[in-house]
Every structure is written in C-alpha cells, then in structure tokens.
Design a protein around this ligand. Structure first.
Ligand code: SF4
Length: 269
C-alpha cells in the first residue's frame, strides 16, 4: 500500500472472549468496496481466534481439519462486497481454470433449477425487504438435503481457501467430526461467532446503497454481481469505509454481549 495515500489505525475492540487489538493500514483515497473485505475478514478471524483460545482454556478444541468438508454441502451466504471480490478473483484466473469453476457453478445452478430451489432463492434475494432466518431456514434445509458439493470444492479441499467467504471461515465446531455427517439432526456444537463478517459487510453495503441488507447464496452470487455490475465500479474514501464498517462491528459486538448475558440468565429447562 502506498504510504503517501494511506493511514495506520490502531483498533481495539472488546469481544466476549477478550480484547481484540490490532493495527490496520487503510487507503485515504477512493477505493472499491472489495478493498475493505480482507481487512474485515481479518478482524473476524482475530475475534474467532479469541473464542478458540477461550474454549481451549476450558479443555475443548475445534475439531475441524483439512480434508473434512462436511459443511461444504451447506448453502453459503455471501455479502455483496464478498460477491464482488469473489467474481473479481475468478475473473483474474487463467482461462482454463476460470472455465472449470464457471462450469461447476452453472451445473450447481442447473441442479437447483431442477429442484425448484433456484426460484425460491432468487425470490428471497430479489425481495426489497431484509432477509430473515424464517425466509432462509426451509430453503437451507432443502439445499442441504441435496448434499451437493460446493462448486469450489475439489477432492474435499477448498480450492479458493485464501478467498473463501467469511461464512466458511466462521463455521467451526467443537464436537467430534463424524457428527458433521448430518449437520441438521446431529447435536453439532459450533464455536460461538461474536462477529459475523458477512453480516457486517452486508449491512455496510445496504447503508452505502440505501437498500435492504441482503446475503446472496453462493451458487447465484455471480448472477447477482452481473445484475449489479454498475455498483461494482463505485468507490468510497477508504477511511470512511473503515469507520462505517467498524460502526457495524461495534453494534454487533454489543448485541452479542447482550445475547450471551440473556442466555446465561435464562434457566435451562
Ligand atoms: S468456498 Fe470453500 S470452504 Fe466455502 S463451502 Fe465452498 S469449498 Fe467449502
């Protein structure tokens, strides 16, 4: 990053698992929305690392390992900034590689079309009201019932590991890996996620564009990008994007503290 057009910030965030303290370099000039994605993901990963350290102190550990891709059969939600970033990454790949990935995405779409899931997904994404868990729960179940591998999965390994969406980074479990064979019916215990990066970025995008917050299912993310191609060219001052993104992070962490306080205060049946 050009030091003449960037500024260093120290960020300190109180998370339920401890203090997150880090420094970031942010461009002071105008940048596209994709430029804020890596930095936001980094904050999310640091917050998750604090959660992981906390459960280790309690004698537990995360059981996810390379080569286990049970969760890569679930529907992955991506925020609009991540959808643009993913499309930019795939567009920059060598022709042959890009064709393979686009071919797999189109096979996934075809399968979803056959099963009627595509129309349901598109209707939720295109509605101009905020997406709710109630909207997505039945679709997520039907999608998972297909056990369709993510188009980016190769030999049970993520082929876009460094660029994978935040939702994939955040799904970590502390229960034995074999329980992930059936994520719906088995008592799988996820690592708490204090800061959902996809939601932070979706809120940021909705504030910038004045639209309802939305998360886009991965198999139709590139269709969404094509429909919103003009928005992909917008730019904002980097420091303003950082400030606005952090506002969403603070609100989310506050909510997370409140949720955990309520769940600890609620007597278990
Ligand atoms: S993007 Fe990678 S980690 Fe995420 S579901 Fe697909 S293969 Fe799995």
């Amino acid at each position: 990053m050009d030091p003449a057009h960037s500024e260093r910030f120290h960020i300190s965030l109180k998370t339920p698992a401890g203090e997150l303290s880090t420094s970031v370099e942010v461009p002071t000039n105008f940048i596209p929305i994709t430029a804020i994605v890596p930095l936001t993901r980094r904050l999310g990963e640091e917050a998750t690392a604090l959660e992981e350290a906390q459960i280790q102190d309690a004698g537990e550990h995360v059981s996810c390992q390379k080569g286990c891709a049970a969760c890569c059969r679930m529907l992955v939600p991506v925020s609009p900034p991540e959808a643009f970033a993913l499309k930019t990454m795939v567009d920059a790949l060598p022709d042959e590689r890009r064709k393979i990935l686009l071919g797999r995405l189109s096979q996934a779409r075809a399968r979803l079309q056959e099963t009627g899931i595509l129309a349901r997904l598109t209707a939720v994404v295109e509605s101009d009201r905020p997406m709710t868990d109630e909207d997505m729960e039945p679709i997520n179940r039907d999608y998972y019932a297909l056990r369709m591998a993510c188009p980016f999965l190769e030999e049970e390994i993520c082929s876009i590991y460094e660029d994978r969406p935040a939702a994939c980074r955040e799904l970590l479990v502390t229960t034995p890996a074999d329980l992930c064979d059936d994520l719906v019916n088995n008592p799988v215990r996820p690592l708490p996620t204090p800061m959902r990066v996809g939601t932070v970025l979706a809120l940021l995008w909705s504030e910038l564009k004045g639209t309802a917050p939305t998360l886009i299912p991965l198999p139709i993310a590139f269709d969404w990008v094509e429909q919103h191609a003009i928005d992909g060219h917008s730019t904002w001052r980097g420091t303003e994007l950082l400030e606005q993104m952090l506002g969403n992070v603070w609100r989310m962490l506050e909510q997370e503290f409140a949720n955990r306080a309520t769940s600890h205060a609620t007597p278990k049946p």
